[in-house]
Design a protein around this ligand. Structure first.
Ligand SMILES: C[S@@+](CC[C@H](N)C(=O)[O-])C[C@H]1O[C@@H](n2cnc3c(N)ncnc32)[C@H](O)[C@@H]1O
Length: 212
């Protein structure tokens, strides 16, 4: 975890959020439970830039929350491209749709409400980029389901892989989320079909590339 003062300095030296993202960030903090789940300024900008570099035709996001990362990722889509984003909490749907509309991205976003495992099993779309950011206990299941749906040379980005530093803290070894994230990190490290980079940025982001 980066110290808050360092993070603030980094934010002050990065392009600011535009009006839509600033407003979404603020409204999420005012009105929605667990606002720390939102990607936020730095991670959002990072995801946007990665997406702009890849210029994907199809993106998958698991765990929409209020749509902050959805908007950032969608901004890198190739013209005519689509992001499929999956969220199981029905209370968030109105807000997600409101901000997708405010961002002018209605044509680019396919929001699917429901359980991600069920929806992924029914999806035969191939993706260029995926962002896994939902319940930690299912990380390995998401990875296994998504890897087959990522084209060769495509990327999977995974959030919270350091889980507030708990992955290196022995006293957290009984916490189910920590156990799941550690198992996931170890599995990826042993997976010869991918190249992987764990970034100690925010709560830890893994960038995983399916080998060609
Ligand atoms: C950390 S938040 C996502 C944050 C968002 N990607 C962002 O960057 O702003 C995780 C979200 O995953 C959703 N979620 C958890 N389990 C899920 C499941 N099985 N299927 C679909 N969504 C799920 C939660 O309701 C929550 O909104």
């Amino acid at each position: 975890m980066i110290e808050r003062t360092i993070e603030e300095y980094a934010e002050e030296h990065s392009t600011p959020e535009d009006e839509v993202l600033f407003d979404l960030n603020r409204k999420t903090h005012l009105k929605v439970l667990r606002p720390k789940m939102l990607s936020g300024h730095l991670q959002g900008k990072f995801l946007q830039m990665i997406s702009e570099m890849i210029q994907p035709q199809h993106i998958l996001e698991v765990g929409t929350y209020t749509g902050y990362a959805t908007i950032c990722l969608a901004r890198g889509l190739k013209s005519g491209g689509k992001i499929t984003t999956i969220e199981k909490n029905p209370e968030l749907e109105t807000m997600i749709r409101e901000y997708i509309r405010k961002a002018g991205l209605e044509e680019s976003v396919d929001l699917k409400m429901g359980d991600a495992i069920t929806i992924l099993k029914q999806t035969d779309q191939l993706f260029d980029l995926a962002f896994i950011d939902a319940d930690k206990e299912n990380y390995l299941s998401y990875y296994s389901l998504i890897k087959d749906k990522i084209r060769k040379g495509g990327y999977i980005i995974v959030d919270n892989v350091l889980w507030y530093g708990k992955v290196v803290n022995e006293s957290e070894s009984r916490d189910p989320d920590t156990i799941a994230i550690k198992a996931f990190n170890d599995y990826v490290q042993e997976d010869n079909e991918v190249e992987n980079l764990m970034l100690p940025f925010r709560d830890g982001l893994s960038v995983i590339r399916k080998k060609v």
